[in-house]
Design a protein around this ligand. Structure first.
Ligand code: NAD
Length: 477
């Protein structure tokens, strides 16, 4: 059993003041594998005080020096990639090969990208030729609370820490209680990279403890949160009393609109994307909207692809999907699969219960529902598991109406060979991101949502800007 109870505050690993033990469970085996500590108010206060004290010095540190430290972090993060991937696999069940590539790699990409974006970022800019003595100065927000989920743990930690660091904010990271070990490993890397004491602090805790203590804290200037819409609402309310800025990256229920003229790999690509990370992605294309002309073929293909996906222990090498993160999620997903059956959607792959031969671990059968409608629970709720809902449509207008008929607005996907239609769809879909024909968005493209999917944008220049105040100055000489 790994024992790691300490927090990283003011450049040192310290014993918790108010900690209580929390077990980390390996979702592949259901065994407790580590014991950590969840902190309390005194731990939160100590971390906030350290970040507050470090802020003036860090704000005054030249941009080039902040970037140099981030470059050092990139090297350390790369050197310890295996350790990081193993921690992620152990805690949240991403298969080891996928953890080494996608999970670890997402963080690596973001850190490198922040270095590039920061090098090109001007912290003092002219307003324009019409006002030659005006300047816009971008200054760090101050002390930032960074609250992250477990599903792409290093993706989210690096998106926040990298941006906050180059912007000149000091910070307290409170990672998900499901994935404290990889966050603690990341704190070791921050230390090894040589960030000054107090710039980066880590306190483990749960939402009602350290999480809400940070969001209510008078010395925290902003909150950057990624997680569920439910927690996002609570955090917004808690932060309102001190009027701090709240950046929210929340849930999603993306539509993947497949037109009659979509390329032949579109359906397979959509199913694989949906099932990746065992369906635990905020931007998962969880509603597949298929035009009538290719509907029957698409359902058949989707079922075949889902049935061909191997499910297995995350520690085993090879291409498969792992378990979902914990028992609560397992039970919730089972309930939603049952709800799909009860509401009359046609189950064409998977279903309730465990995959054959996997009697322990939080494993789910890759599941596909066809003939669903957009009012069913499986079309409205974020399932966060390997469950795809297929809905038929006739016209482009109908597809847009169904896709937009959701409280969420994170990512939508479009598959068609018709360029004019692609552009129309990009304009009509109410989401922070629209991805076409399987083409990934470029490095530094802003990640974030509309409606109940949030209000911030992460990654590259957009991510840095979210940690900055805008100061208007006249009479600059
Ligand atoms: P969650 O909301 O339960 O927890 C996320 C984090 O918030 C955890 O660290 C948790 O301890 C903390 N927290 C919970 N309640 C809190 C409170 N009242 N005050 C302060 N902190 C609180 O979410 P999760 O289950 O860890 O993650 C899954 C969710 O995250 C999904 O809804 C998913 O869509 C979303 N997500 C969104 C994005 C995005 O960029 N939009 C990315 C990944 C995940």
């Amino acid at each position: 059993m790994i024992e790691k109870r300490q927090f990283y505050i003011n450049g040192q690993w310290v014993e918790p003041v108010e900690g209580h033990d929390h077990h980390v469970i390996d979702p592949s085996t259901e065994d407790p594998v580590a014991v950590i500590s969840l902190g309390g108010q005194a731990d939160t206060d100590a971390a906030v005080a350290a970040a507050k004290a470090a802020f003036p010095g860090w704000m005054a540190t030249p941009k080039e020096d902040r970037i140099a430290l981030l470059e050092k972090l990139v090297d350390v993060y790369k050197a310890r990639s295996e350790e990081m991937a193993e921690a992620i696999t152990l805690e949240m069940g991403a298969p080891i090969d996928m953890a080494k590539t996608q999970q670890w790699g997402a963080g690596f990409g973001h850190l490198k990208n922040f270095v590039r974006a920061a090098k090109g970022f001007e912290f003092i800019k002219p307003l324009g030729d019409h006002a030659p003595n005006d300047r816009i100065i971008y200054e760090p927000m101050g002390v930032a609370a960074l609250i992250t989920p477990w599903n792409w743990p290093m993706n989210q930690v690096t998106l926040k820490v990298g941006a906050a660091a180059v912007a000149g904010c000091t910070m307290i990271l409170k990672p998900s209680e499901e994935t404290p070990l990889d966050a603690m490993l990341f704190a070791e890397m921050m230390d090894e990279a040589g960030f000054p004491p107090g710039v980066f602090n880590l306190v483990n805790g749960d939402g009602v403890g350290v999480g809400s203590q940070l969001t209510a804290h008078p010395d925290v200037d902003m909150v950057s949160f990624t997680g569920s819409t439910r927690a996002g609402i609570l955090i917004s309310k808690s932060a309102a009393d001190t009027l701090k800025k709240v950046h929210l990256e929340l849930g999603g229920k993306g539509a993947n609109v497949i037109f009659d003229d979509a390329d032949e790999k579109a359906v397979k690509r959509g199913v694989i994307h949906m099932m990746n990370n065992t369906g635990q992605s905020c931007n998962a294309p969880s509603r597949m909207l298929v035009q009538r002309g290719v509907y029957d073929q698409a359902v058949e293909t989707a079922a075949e692809v889902a049935n061909s996906i191997k499910v297995g222990n995350a520690h085993e090498e090879g291409r498969h999907i792992g378990p979902v993160v914990n028992e609560t999620q397992w039970t919730k997903i089972q309930d939603l699969i049952q709800a799909g059956i009860d509401e009359g959607a046609k189950l064409v792959a998977g279903g309730t219960g465990r995959p054959e031969g996997l009697n322990k671990g939080y494993f789910i059968r890759p599941t596909v529902f066809a003939d669903a409608n957009n009012q069913m629970r499986i079309a409205r709720e974020e399932i966060f598991g390997p469950v795809l809902t297929i809905i038929p449509f006739e016209t482009e207008e109908e597809a847009i109406e169904i896709a937009n008929d959701t409280p969420y607005g994170l990512t939508n996907y479009v598959q068609t060979q018709d360029g004019a239609r692609l552009n129309r769809m990009a304009r009509s879909l109410r989401s922070g991101m629209v991805e076409m024909n399987g083409q990934p968005r470029g490095a530094g493209s802003p990640f974030g949502g509309m409606k109940q999917s949030g209000n911030g944008r992460e990654g590259g220049v957009f991510g840095i800007e979210d940690f900055l105040e805008v100061k208007a100055v006249s009479g600059w000489s």
